[in-house]
Design a protein around this ligand. Structure first.
Ligand SMILES: NC(=O)c1ccc[n+]([C@@H]2O[C@H](COP(=O)([O-])OP(=O)(O)OC[C@H]3O[C@@H](n4cnc5c(N)ncnc54)[C@H](O)[C@@H]3O)[C@@H](O)[C@H]2O)c1
Length: 267
């Protein structure tokens, strides 16, 4: 690859914090960032998954700090930022990937479910943006990446709360970009379409955890049918967009939502 291009997309010497890194898109983001040269601070409530991700990052040859963190807890998120600075010296990239999904009709909504989705998917991102901005402000540079969803663009029955949190994340991204740009901090979002991960696989998994191959094919076919490309995505379809936003390749980009979604929604 041409040297200028390689350096534009490189994360050499950078420190990236990734929440939701125990599996799925967050784990893949940690791997992609490590492959691009970053050292990692990985956070999640799932400690076993985090250990697995840490192993993968180490195998790539990058340093990794593991920190169990509940992103809905502001003190925990602040402490994650402090750990990153104490252990690795600075924070250049902060990716808010942690999220939860629950399906229920509005008429059946119960308060604990509604509050949990808002606490993790929206306030978890908010606390992450705030902690990252404080850490990056003193450096005068940084990139914050928030994971939204096509569910924040396309209204889907039973996903009222999930959808509203993801739409709000896209708006928060714009406000934060406007506020933090003068301090050298860029804030962008990525709104994925359907990706097969631990979040979506229960749609074709039996109660004992085994995948039902026929149901899997059926679900993927239904999801693909709303894409002009007739496909669903893979985790790297999201993390390559995240790498662009994390790196200097996107230095002129802030307040935007990238939509690797197979074309299921177009702006
Ligand atoms: N998979 C998809 O099709 C899809 C589509 C659009 C958006 N997304 C978004 O992508 C992000 C990653 O999802 P995924 O598909 O990789 O699912 P996933 O379930 O594999 O990953 C989510 C991670 O977040 C962690 N998490 C949950 N609550 C947490 C909390 N309070 N604090 C810290 N970590 C917590 C989970 O333990 C899990 O490891 C989510 O924000 C999700 O909404 C996924």
């Amino acid at each position: 690859m041409h040297e200028a291009l390689e350096s534009a997309f490189s994360l050499d010497g950078r420190v990236a914090v990734v929440t939701g890194a125990a599996g799925g898109i967050g784990r893949e983001a940690a791997i992609t960032f490590a492959q691009a040269g970053a050292d990692l601070v990985i956070a999640d409530v799932g400690e076993e998954g985090l250990a697995g991700t840490a192993e993968m990052v180490r195998a790539i040859g990058r340093r990794v700090v593991v920190r169990r963190t509940d992103v809905s807890d502001v003190a925990d998120v602040d402490s994650l930022a402090r750990t990153a600075i104490d252990e690795l010296g600075h924070i250049d990239v902060w990716a808010n990937v942690a999220g939860v999904i629950r399906y229920f009709p509005i008429v059946d909504a119960v308060e604990p479910d509604v509050r949990r989705i808002v606490d993790v998917n929206l306030l978890g991102v908010y606390w992450g943006v705030a902690a990252a901005a404080r850490a990056m402000g003193s450096q005068g540079r940084g990139s914050i990446i928030n994971i939204a969803s096509a569910g924040g663009d396309v209204p889907a029955p039973t996903l009222s709360v999930y959808g509203m949190t993801k739409a709000a994340v896209m708006h928060l991204t714009k406000t934060a970009a406007a506020e933090l740009g003068p301090r050298g901090i860029r804030v962008n979002a990525v709104a994925p379409g359907f990706i097969e991960t631990p979040m979506t696989s229960p749609q074709f998994t039996d109660a004992d955890g085994t995948v039902d191959p026929a149901r899997r094919i059926q679900v993927l076919a239904v999801k693909s049918s709303s894409s002009p490309l007739a496909m669903t995505g893979e985790t790297t379809d999201i993390t390559y967009a995240m790498l662009y936003l994390a790196s200097d390749a996107s230095r002129f980009m802030t307040g935007q939502t990238m939509r690797p979604n197979g074309g299921v929604f177009m702006v």
